[in-house]
Ligand binder design. Structure first.
Ligand code: PHE
Length: 356
């Protein structure tokens, strides 16, 4: 009896002195655990008889309840202390200025490309792609570009070593080979745009060895020059955001179209630079024409049954005009001031689902 009082006092004393969770848990195991001192005493009750057993049992129950309660209390106390310690040590100073991350922008070239594509998509054009490493056949021959054409000479075209079969490999000089690949693969009606990178051996304020084009073509029965004019006039007016933009079709020559035309838009060349849609000057922006019957034949399409129009434009050129960028070479320079000045809101582009 005396023993139990001392035992209880000493356990409660130890509990109140336990100053961390581990020490407290050890105490719980030592007293109430399977082999704990109180548990062992409870087990030994069986050796007592009658009243003595009942009395001792009640006392032990009381000790066990007090110890349990003390353990719970101390646990709650230690946990609360640990939390407040953590709160103090991990305190965040919300008055500190934030660290802002540099915000990237959409490159003017990507923006122009996206805007052009979305206009043609609205008109029902589908996107096709072709390889940047082409062969002579797709880049020139099938497009009715004769051996003697200046575009075939070394100064314009980057030639690569011949492949295993001895075929001349080159970097495509325009996106027109996608016309050939698509027409050989699919049957009309075809309404395709082919945006992509092209290469020419040239470098000055208005030429870079790499640039981008959008090719477009529409092949079906009864396609005529009126469709070409309507489509490109609409495109120019929407792209430059001027519903009354003057658009002119001027006779020209390409080996793969007949008749061929170049498209000019109205502008004014003033002392403050170029104003699109104003004045009485003209500015050339793209080449186009009716797909040459020989090109249709080269792709296994009957020119008696099908006609088509095609066009090709430089994306850098239309981007420079639309956004007022004076030097073509700046598109490819990693100048952050230029990039942020001519760049477009990336978050907005994401919201519009671009590039997906
Ligand atoms: N491929 C021509 C160029 O690069 C453009 C063009 C395409 C012209 C389609 C007519 C038809 O200059």
């Amino acid at each position: 009896m005396e023993d139990l009082v001392t035992l209880k006092a000493s356990i409660l004393q130890k509990i109140s002195e336990a100053n961390n969770l581990k020490a407290l848990e050890d105490l719980r195991v030592q007293t109430l655990g399977k082999q704990g001192s109180i548990t062992v005493l409870m087990k030994n009750l069986g050796s007592l008889e009658g009243e003595a057993r009942k009395e001792q049992g009640q006392k032990l129950n009381d000790v066990r309840a007090s110890v349990g309660e003390a353990l719970d209390k101390q646990l709650a106390y230690l946990e609360a202390e640990a939390l407040s310690h953590q709160l103090i040590s991990e305190k965040i100073d919300i008055t500190l200025p934030g660290r802002s991350l540099p915000q990237g922008t959409i490159h003017a070239l990507s923006e122009a490309m996206f805007e052009a594509i979305s206009i043609f998509k609205d008109m029902g054009f589908w996107i096709a792609e072709g390889p940047e490493i082409e062969d002579d056949e797709h880049n020139f021959t099938a497009l009715n570009i004769p051996e003697t054409h200046p575009a075939r000479q070394e100064q314009d075209t980057f030639y690569l070593p011949k492949d295993e079969k001895g075929t001349i490999q080159l970097l495509r000089t325009h996106t027109s080979p996608v016309q050939i690949r698509t027409m050989r693969e699919k049957k009309p009606p075809l309404r395709i745009i082919a945006p992509g990178r092209v290469y020419r051996s040239d470098f000055d304020q208005t030429h870079t060895p790499t640039f981008h084009q959008i090719e477009g073509f529409y092949v079906d029965e009864g396609v005529h020059m009126g469709h070409l004019k309507g489509c490109l006039t609409e495109f120019c007016r929407r792209f430059f955001g001027k519903p009354k933009l003057p658009v002119r079709f001027r006779p020209s020559f390409f080996p793969f179209t007949e008749p061929s035309a170049e498209v000019d838009i109205g502008c004014r060349r003033g002392k403050d630079g170029l104003e699109i849609g104003e004045g009485s000057d003209w500015l050339e922006i793209l080449g186009c024409g009716m797909v040459h019957p020989k090109v249709l034949k080269n792709c296994g399409i009957d020119p008696q049954k099908y006609q088509g129009f095609a066009f090709g434009m430089g994306i850098e050129r239309i981007a420079m005009l639309k956004f007022g960028i004076p030097d073509l070479r700046s598109f490819y320079e990693p100048d952050l001031r230029w990039l942020s000045y001519y760049g477009f809101d990336a978050a907005k582009a994401l919201r519009e689902g671009r590039g997906l």
